[in-house]
Design a protein around this ligand. Structure first.
Ligand code: A2P
Length: 342
C-alpha cells in the first residue's frame, strides 16, 4: 500500500547496530509512522533523536509491543529468544539480527538481493544472517547461478565493531596505552586486540567439539540454508583483526563449471549491491576503509585458483554494521512493504 506508514521499534537502539539502524531508517526515508527505541534498563529514559524529535529509550523488559508493525531486533541472542516471539505475537513483524532463529526451519534467513522470495513465507519472524555470511553470499550468488559451487574455503578478517561499541572503545584505549608504554587492559577481548590478530570470534565459550567456533559454523550453515544447497562444502577460519569497521574475507571457490575471472568480474559488477574494484596493477582493490560507511559489498583480487580445475579466488569487503547487519535488516522490511507482505 503506497504512502502507508509503519510503527517501527528498534530494539538495541543504543548499540552499534541499533545506531546504524536509526541512521539508515532516516537516510532511506523509511515510511516510519511512530518510532520507539528499546534497550536495557541501564538506558531507560536516555534521549535519542529521531529527526528533530526526542525519543526516550524504553526498558525492553517493561515494553509493550502493541501497535508496533515492524520490530528490528539487535540486542543479542538471549533478548531475541525471549522478546521476539512476544513482539511477533502482538502482530509485529520481527527482523532479528541475532543468531537466535537463523537455523529454525520456520524462520526465513534472508539477503534481499539473493533470496527475496524466502521472506514472503514468514510467520512473524525473519532472521538476518551473520555479517560474514551476508557479504560472502552477495559475492557467491552470481557465481553460483552461472557456474554452480562445489566448495568454499573462507578466511575472515573481522573488525572489532562487530563485537559492539565497548569493543571499539577497548581497541582504541589499548592502542593508546600500548603506544604510551602503559599496561594494556583486556575486558572484552581475551587477549590484547591492538596490534594483534585473534583466531576466535566471539570472545568466549565459542569452540565446538569439532574445533570450529560458532562464528565459523555460521558461515557453513547459513550459506547452505540461503542457497538451499546442503551439498556445498565450506571450510572456514574466522579471525578478529584490529580494524575498527569493515570486514574482509579471502574467499576461495571451487565451481562446478569453469568460470573465467573476466566473466566473474562482469557478473559481480552487474549484481545489485556489489561494486567491483579490481585493478591490482594500479593497487586498486577493496579495503575496509573504502567499505566503511557504505552500502555495497566490494569485491576484488578476482583471479583463477591455479591449483584446481575450476577455481576462483576473491577478496570481499563490506561494512559489517550496514550490509552486514542494519542495512540488510531494513532492506528486508522494505521488501515486505514492497510485496505488501506486512
Ligand atoms: P544498553 O546500551 O542499554 O546496554 P552493542 O552491540 O553495541 O554492545 O549493543 C548491544 C545493544 O543491546 C545495546 O543497545 C544494549 O543496550 C542492548 N542490550 C544489552 N543487554 C540488554 C538487555 N538485557 N535488555 C535489553 N537490551 C539489552
Amino acid at each position: 500500500m503506497k504512502n502507508k506508514k509503519y510503527n517501527v521499534a528498534v530494539i538495541g537502539a543504543t548499540g552499534a547496530v541499533g545506531k546504524e539502524m536509526r541512521k539508515i531508517l532516516q537516510s532511506r526515508n523509511f515510511p516510519v509512522g511512530k518510532i520507539r527505541y528499546m534497550a536495557s534498563s541501564r538506558s531507560e529514559g536516555k534521549v535519542l533523536k529521531w529527526k528533530d524529535e526526542d525519543i526516550r529509550v524504553e526498558d525492553l523488559e517493561k515494553a509493550d509491543f502493541s501497535g508496533i508493525d515492524i520490530a528490528l531486533f539487535s540486542a543479542g541472542r538471549r533478548r531475541s529468544k525471549k522478546f521476539a516471539p512476544r513482539a511477533a505475537s502482538s502482530e509485529a513483524v520481527v527482523v532479528d539480527n541475532s543468531s537466535a532463529f537463523r537455523m529454525n526451519k520456520e524462520v526465513p534467513l534472508v539477503v534481499p538481493e539473493v533470496n527475496p522470495e524466502a521472506a514472503l513465507g514468514h510467520k512473524g519472524i525473519i532472521a538476518n544472517p551473520n555479517c560474514s555470511t551476508i557479504q560472502m553470499i552477495m559475492a557467491l550468488k552470481p557465481i553460483s547461478d552461472e557456474a554452480g559451487i562445489r566448495r568454499i574455503v573462507v578466511s575472515t578478517y573481522q573488525s572489532v565493531s562487530g563485537a559492539g561499541l565497548k569493543a571499539v572503545e577497548e581497541l582504541m584505549q589499548q592502542t593508546r596505552d600500548f603506544l604510551e608504554g602503559k599496561e594494556v587492559r583486556c575486558d572484552i577481548f581475551p587477549y590484547q586486540m591492538a596490534f594483534e590478530c585473534i583466531p576466535q570470534i566471539p570472545q568466549s565459550d565459542a569452540f565446538g567439539e569439532n574445533g570450529y567456533t560458532s562464528e565459523e559454523m555460521k558461515l557453513l550453515n547459513e550459506t547452505r540454508k540461503i542457497l538451499e544447497d546442503d551439498s556445498i562444502r565450506v571450510t572456514m577460519t574466522a579471525v578478529r583483526v584490529p580494524v575498527i569497521g569493515g570486514h574482509c574475507e579471502a574467499v576461495n571457490i571451487e565451481t562446478i563449471k569453469t568460470i573465467k575471472p573476466q566473466r566473474a568480474r562482469k557478473l559481480l559488477s552487474d549484481f545489485p549491491g556489489v561494486t567491483v574494484i579490481d585493478k591490482p596493477k594500479r593497487q586498486k582493490y577493496p579495503l575496509a576503509n573504502i567499505a566503511w560507511g557504505k552500502d555495497d559489498v566490494y569485491v576484488g583480487r578476482i583471479r583463477r585458483d591455479e591449483s584446481i580445475e575450476c577455481g576462483l579466488n576473491m577478496w570481499v569487503v563490506a561494512d559489517n554494521l550496514r550490509k552486514g547487519a542494519a542495512l540488510n535488516a531494513i532492506q528486508i522490511a522494505e521488501l515486505l512493504i514492497d510485496k505488501e507482505n506486512i
